[in-house]
Design a protein around this ligand. Structure first.
Ligand code: SF4
Length: 623
């Protein structure tokens, strides 16, 4: 497929200009490495020579951010491909493999909630979620805030008789709840509700959530007139109320285009440390929501950023509109359109508008991106200022940009676990969190647990990197002493600061938690900087929450396995089969007799026994 053409310029005086002179002028992929040999950027080009020459041009302009990054290049490797399409695929694969530091790695702003409609359930309900999964459910949104999503849900609950209870409650109800009495639910939990009627309602809800309210109103109006003609005035009145309620919501929505098309609008805003891509969702001509994605330093230009965004976002998006407006003209737009067509199964147009209402839409997206970037940058700056004060107050050797905090959880030594949470720039970095099952200590001993976990975290040589700037232990001098001795054993002393945070002892009249630092006998006095203590408490509490959640998970799993152990007819093999299929004890508990019976080897009688044994509420389950 491709020819490897490596310009191994690991020589000390790497010259990008020389490297460019040796490069092929066809399509391909280039990998840039830093002095340590790590791949820091992967790019693709229709013409490799031309693309790399553009870096030479930028490198002479140190005022430009890219110019600064270019100075870090110590080697360039190029891979020539037979076509641009091959280059596109290869670039994606190499980015996934190397995760280069200066490629755009979009972080989804998870503040925005969505609505999930589980259409696999015979009588689906709407639930507010933060994560969009590829699980066959329908997702709507994202919404600009929890308030906005709740408002939408409120309108739906008032207008449609969708069920509101959880799946579990739905299965176990023996009588309809208050929602039914208030005419807010048809009560499919207990009544024989025609599935087609419910499905029709689900279609209407979907239309509403897709921004197709005008179409929905037309449908309802037609049904209302039909009912009136047949002199079914009761039905006509219900439909009239529904129509009025929906018309009211339409009045509040912002119509942004007159062709009533679905389209996404992309805009970018770039700052020195942080950049942002904003995506506006226009459905049926109405602006229904937006979403932000952030990324740090990159060597990509605006056109590459937008191209990368499209490929990263639409690879997993639950819906691709027929048109995507972009703020730049992309060289490889036809290639990306072809890629989108393959995913959607229909033509998708990438378009940079030049005039008319589409330009207004783009301007709106650009304004939003700039405003959101300003807000995010200000928030980051505030976090940095807090960390600078923390460094000063605790006399830390470095700015505590990466803080790691450890905690243990167990009940009288049963199923002991530990957690590590990471805060970057004062914010939780959940992707870096770790949890540990204690393996070597078989008696209740908090110090020994901490010793084991710290050795596992820091005792892997280079693989233990990155190290924190500040290590925080939940506990007092004892835990801190353990950390000091482990770090000393691993010859890591001086690499980072360490402290322990212990709960206040109210019996002794203590009014606040105590923070112990190595080399100090007494707790740190925070004076008026109580916000700094609050930050450390927040980090400690997060480690505590994470450890407890893991402990609970282990406990439930063990309890479930034990519960299965006690069912006659369920041996080791069937137990594994059930857990493999349903993934958790909770899901086995929620499964119907039919679902259990559907598994090979589980006859109806056994399925009934399993169901009965697992649904005996209040029965103590051995751990
Ligand atoms: S009436 Fe039944 S289905 Fe409807 S919300 Fe209540 S419990 Fe759920």
């Amino acid at each position: 497929m491709s020819t490897l053409n490596t310009n191994t310029s690991a020589e000390r005086n790497f010259s990008l200009r020389d490297a460019v002179s040796r490069v092929h002028s066809g399509p391909g992929v280039y990998l840039m490495r830093d002095a340590a040999g790590d791949v820091i950027y992967v790019g693709k080009a229709r013409n490799l020579k031309k693309r790399l020459a553009s870096y030479v041009k930028n490198s002479g302009r140190p005022d430009v951010k890219t110019g600064v990054l270019i100075k870090k290049i110590s080697d360039v490797e190029t891979i020539v491909t037979a076509s641009e399409k091959e280059a596109l695929i290869l670039e994606s694969n190499l980015i996934k493999r190397y995760k280069p530091r200066y490629n755009v790695d979009l972080k989804d702003d998870k503040r925005y909630p969505s609505l999930r409609l589980d259409i696999k359930h015979p009588y689906p309900r709407l639930a507010i979620v933060r994560k969009i999964r590829k699980d066959g459910a329908l997702y709507f949104g994202p919404y600009s805030s929890t308030g906005a999503v709740r408002q939408t849900l409120k309108i739906i609950n008032k207008t449609f008789m969708l069920r509101k209870c959880s799946d579990r409650e739905f299965k176990t109800r023996t009588r309809p709840c208050l929602n039914c009495q208030m005419k807010g639910c048809m009560a499919p939990c207990c009544r024989d509700i025609d599935k087609n009627t419910y499905d029709e309602m689900i279609k209407e809800v979907s239309l509403f959530l897709k921004g197709r309210t005008p179409d929905l109103i037309n449908n309802i109006k037609r049904d209302m007139l039909d009912a009136a003609e047949k002199q079914d005035f009761e039905k006509a009145a219900v439909l009239r109320d529904k129509m009025f309620a929906l018309e009211k919501t339409v009045e509040k929505q912002a119509a942004v285009s007159t062709d009533f098309m679905d389209r996404d609008v992309i805009a970018t805003a770039r700052g020195p440390e942080l950049s942002l891509v904003t995506l506006l969702f226009v459905r049926g001509g109405f602006l229904i929501g937006s979403r932000n994605f952030t990324f740090s330093e990159t060597m990509s230009n605006d056109s590459e950023i937008v191209g990368t965004f499209i490929r990263q976002y639409y690879e997993t998006a639950h819906y691709i509109p027929k048109e995507v407006l972009t703020p730049v003209t992309m060289e490889d737009a036809p290639l990306i359109e072809e890629w989108l067509r393959q995913i959607k199964g229909q033509k998708v147009r990438l378009h940079r508008p030049q005039r008319g209402e589409k330009v207004q839409l783009l301007k709106l997206a650009i304004q939003n991106a700039a405003k959101d970037l300003d807000e995010l940058t200000a928030a980051r700056l505030k976090n940095t200022e807090t960390l600078v004060r923390l460094q000063k107050r605790l006399r830390l050797s470095a700015l505590p940009d990466r803080i790691e905090c450890f905690d243990n959880s167990n009940i009288s030594g049963t199923l002991p676990v530990a957690s590590m949470v990471v805060f970057k720039n004062g914010q939780p970095d959940t992707a870096s969190y770790r949890r540990y099952k204690i393996k070597k200590v078989n008696h209740p001993d908090d110090y020994a647990y901490m010793d084991e976990v710290l050795r596992r975290r820091f005792g892997r040589g280079g693989a233990s990197k990155p190290y924190p700037d500040l290590l925080v232990l939940d506990g007092g001098k004892g835990q801190l002493g353990i950390a000091v001795s482990v770090i000393h054993d691993l010859k890591l002393q001086g690499r980072f600061d360490m402290l322990g945070i212990a709960k206040k002892d109210e019996k002794r009249g203590e009014t606040q938690d105590k923070v112990y630092k190595t080399g100090r006998a007494n707790p740190v006095n925070f004076g008026r900087d109580t916000d700094l203590l609050l930050l450390l408490q927040r980090i400690r509490d997060e480690a505590h929450r994470f450890a407890i959640a893991y402990h609970r998970k282990r406990r439930n799993k063990t309890a479930m396995q034990s519960a299965l152990d006690s069912i006659p007819g369920v041996g080791k093999k069937r137990k594994e089969q059930l857990l493999r299929h349903f993934k958790s004890i909770q899901k086995i508990r929620e499964a119907t007799v039919e679902e259990l019976n559907a598994l090979p080897g589980i006859h109806r009688g056994l399925a009934e026994v399993i169901k009965k044994r697992l649904s005996q509420p209040g029965k103590p389950v051995p751990i």
